[in-house]
Design a protein around this ligand. Structure first.
Ligand code: ADP
Ligand code: MG
Length: 486
């Protein structure tokens, strides 16, 4: 079946026009104009994703044929842009009143390849997995029958550096990779801030299971899940979509927070989720917050998400950052002095991805110029990154925020009072001052009522220790830190 868009097929006397009335160059010219309008109307991403795949076919009577490489793309473009395309064509050439969308079969002559060169497969988002038939042209768009996004082979358990902040999540992930669907671990819900290794761990689980070859695994972002779901609705293949989803042994959905406010997709996810868990399959989900904090997700979904194992990946510590840098530097084969690693770990604190990026840049630079990595070179090469990470938080700000948080007087930050209710917040403020500013211990001490630097040192180790022991307390401090950093 092909995709006629116009609703009034009989209205035109097709004998009046021949395809030859529109030489290819003329059609190409009009098409180029339509394309640039569409590009503006729908935005670059949408355009490249869907519309750039279109190539021109012949004109027959009042109908122009547009071709797409797969049925999936054809259906999507028809559903989303069919009316708009026929409208635009009529605007260009009034004699054209219908747009026919077809799947280009292998060997189909394409009228205007120069104008509508198909995008390389890499331009297609993961959404493009083909739900369709053999009509796809594999050379243009890789026909993917599998449901999932590919797994990044670099993200393995071996390449994941384990430390206090992520050891629990790591252990849970390993457990799921060894024994999917164990009681108590389904679903596995991984959460934490940006760039702390959620995606890495999910890929590691996937790769491990695939390597063992025991089970089928589908990994995709929640965003892709939504696109796939919408595409399935449009192409009336929701049954297939559901069957595909429900046939996997392990389903992993990354960045679930994306589904906030997307009620229909949430609904579908919820049903899929239930069906899989009931059938004894494993689900792994990641998000930037815990299930209970994901307000905007349906309650029943949040409840179910929290039913298995919930593992938090905490913000990195200095020690973990150092280990990560050491491991990546080692893998690169370039020798990076400890001083440089410490400098980076001190400066770039929030996000492992950025830390990694900075190190990679240094390494590339060293390789390119054949010069050893030094602290001076680092400061020069990473000038822009470091500037962005310069923390401008002041000790006064820290004191203010901390006092507000625990509802004590600001003056108690420098007072001699030793009651726990004021002493503890004061220690937290000292700890944060050490973490978030480049002030030395004596400088910090001075700002806290002229205390000695050993008092600050003691505060830092005391708070570190308490954070390790007391989760709720750690979260409080972490929250303060995030507030101060943003
Ligand atoms: P998230 O999904 O939580 O935003 P990612 O998993 O994408 O974060 O991690 C960002 C980058 O940092 C990736 O390149 C990942 O390999 C790396 N990374 C994060 N945590 C670790 C870790 N503990 N050990 C090694 N690499 C890590
Ligand atoms: Mg991620």
């Amino acid at each position: 079946m092909t995709g006629s868009v116009h609703s009034d097929p009989g209205a035109f006397d097709s004998s009046t026009f021949e395809s030859s009335d529109f030489p290819a160059e003329i059609l190409e010219m009009h098409w180029a104009r339509i394309c640039s309008r569409l590009q503006v109307e729908v935005g670059e991403v949408e355009y490249r994703t869907w519309l750039k795949q279109i190539s021109l076919g012949p004109v027959d009577g009042d109908e122009i044929t547009l071709m797409l490489p797969t049925r999936f793309l054809r259906d999507w473009v028809r559903g989303q842009y069919g009316d708009r395309l026929s409208h635009l064509w009529s605007g260009e050439i009034p004699a054209i009143r219908r747009v026919e969308l077809q799947v280009a079969r292998a060997g189909t002559a394409q009228a205007a390849p120069a104008v509508a060169a198909a995008a390389p497969a890499a331009d297609l988002p993961q959404v493009g997995a083909d739900l369709g038939t053999a009509a796809a042209v594999p050379s243009i768009v890789e026909a993917r029958n599998d449901l999932a996004a590919p797994l990044d082979p670099r993200y393995t358990f071996d390449s994941f550096v384990v430390g206090k902040p992520n050891e629990f999540a790591y252990a849970c992930a390993r457990r799921v990779a060894e024994k999917p669907s164990s009681v108590g671990f389904n679903p596995l819900f991984l959460y934490g801030g940006v760039g702390l290794g959620k995606t890495h761990l999910m890929h590691a689980i996937g790769s491990e299971l695939v390597r063992e070859g025991k089970v089928s695994v589908a990994y995709m972002s929640a965003e892709k899940f939504m696109y796939r779901f919408i595409a399935a609705i449009r192409s009336q293949s929701t049954m297939q979509f559901k069957e595909q989803l429900r046939s996997v042994d392990v389903l992993m959905i990354d960045d679930l927070q994306f589904l906030i406010g997307k009620d229909n997709t949430q609904e579908e996810f919820f049903h899929t989720f239930n069906a899989l868990v009931d059938a004894g399959r494993q689900i792994v989900v990641s998000a930037d917050k815990s299930p209970s904090d994901l307000s905007g997700l349906e309650d029943r979904l949040r409840t179910r998400l929290g039913c298995g194992m919930v593992a938090d990946i905490h913000a990195t510590t200095f020690e973990l950052r150092i280990s990560i840098l050491e491991s990546k530097a080692l893998a690169s084969g370039v020798s990076v002095p400890a001083k440089v690693l410490e400098f980076l770990a001190h400066k770039i604190t929030t996000n492992v991805r950025e830390l990694e990026g900075a190190l990679n840049r240094l390494i590339a630079h060293a390789n390119l110029f054949g010069r050893p990595v030094t602290l001076e070179a680092t400061q020069e090469v990473l000038h822009d990154i470091l500037k962005a990470h310069d923390r401008r938080v002041t000790i006064e700000e820290i004191q203010r925020k901390v006092s507000e948080h625990w509802n004590i007087r600001l003056t108690d930050m420098s007072s001699a009072r030793r009651a726990r209710a004021v002493a503890r917040p004061r220690q937290v403020a000292m700890y944060l001052a050490k973490q978030l500013t480049s002030r030395s211990l004596p400088e910090i001490g001075r700002k806290f009522g002229n205390r000695d630097h050993t008092t600050v040192m003691h505060a830092v180790s005391r708070i570190t220790e308490l954070m390790e022991r007391d989760n709720a307390f750690a979260e409080d401090v972490e929250l303060l830190r995030r507030m101060l950093e943003s």
